[in-house]
Design a protein around this ligand. Structure first.
Ligand code: GLU
Length: 302
């Protein structure tokens, strides 16, 4: 009984991930449609001589942007084409356009949660857009444009789970999160009686949840709702966020010129409706209407 359920769950997960459709008979999972995505006006006259990062990208001829590749509606890489899509990807593209780079001149690189700071510090990427929470500890290592979205930590459980209604119910339960993430750190600090399991990515955690290796997956609601939408018959979100996770655009810490340019671009794109259009064509497909973006935190150079 349990084995066949596990098999069914696995099959579903594979189907959803590869074909983007639900179980036989259920409607296909909606994915971002390229024709619904906004086109971004490339500011060809843009120049940012004070930014080392921008100068380097101009010389190179393209931007290198860090992202996630396994977070539905946020940052997903099509294994067949290598194309990235999702809300974070659109944010990266609209900012790229404001900095003078067309979408075709952005190369995305997958960087896991635990490796973001080093990737920015080593100059492997010009900026990072991938569910990256702004906080004071990280601000010591990198700079943050934005925030451009406010998420909150939540829990993903199997559909038939009745015991876990919030983080306080995790005593003695196995809970999975990504190494180096704020949700991982919060469980470790505030709910030490939970048994924490860490992987590089949340999709591995979700596989572990579907195969009964763990009892819950914890990270931001924005991420979890994408996984839940892919296998709605098997998974559900608890739905009571217990933190605030303001998403920022990571930049090298010393490049204040780039950070301020990103803040300026974001303010314009939020005002002229571009942000909302991008949201509706991506993250909005998981069912949550476009919220008002959080205020931009243009903190002074230090
Ligand atoms: N927003 C959280 C963080 O930055 C969780 C999501 C992630 O790992 O990207 O740590």
């Amino acid at each position: 009984m349990r084995n066949s359920r596990v098999l069914a769950a696995l099959l579903l997960a594979v189907l959803a991930a590869t074909a983007g459709c639900g179980k036989e008979g259920s409607p296909p999972t909606k994915g971002p449609k390229p024709e619904d995505l906004p086109k971004y006006q490339v500011d060809s006259a843009f120049s940012l001589p004070d930014s080392g990062t921008w100068n380097k990208a101009k010389r190179r001829g393209h931007l290198i942007v860090g992202a996630k590749e396994d977070q539905p509606y946020l940052g997903e890489k099509d294994p067949a084409t290598g194309t990235y899509s999702g809300f974070d990807i659109e944010i990266a593209k609209m900012i790229g356009a404001s900095l003078g780079f067309a979408s075709k001149d952005i190369q995305f690189r997958t960087i896991a949660s635990a490796n973001r700071e080093t990737a920015l510090q080593n100059g492997q990427i010009d900026y990072y857009v991938g569910t990256y929470t702004i906080n004071d500890m990280r601000k010591k290592l990198v700079g943050f444009g934005g925030p451009y979205y406010m998420a909150g930590q939540d829990l993903l459980v199997r559909k038939d789970e009745e015991d876990i209604k919030g983080p306080e119910d995790l005593v003695g339960k196995k809970v999975c999160s990504a190494a180096g993430s704020t949700p991982y750190q919060r469980i470790q600090a505030d709910y030490p009686k939970a048994t924490l399991v860490a992987y590089d990515t949340y999709s591995i955690c979700v596989d572990n949840l579907l195969t009964y290796q763990v009892d819950a997956v914890t990270t931001d609601d924005a991420i979890l709702q994408g996984y839940a939408a892919k296998v709605p018959d098997e998974l559900k979100m608890v739905g009571k966020p217990f933190s605030q996770e303001p998403y920022g655009i990571g930049v090298p810490r010393s490049d204040n010129a780039l950070r301020f340019a990103i803040d300026d671009a974001l303010a314009t794109l939020e005002k002229d409706g571009t942000w909302k259009k991008a949201y509706e064509a991506t993250l909005g497909l998981s069912g949550v209407p476009a919220p008002t973006p959080p205020p931009i935190d243009r903190y002074p150079a230090s």
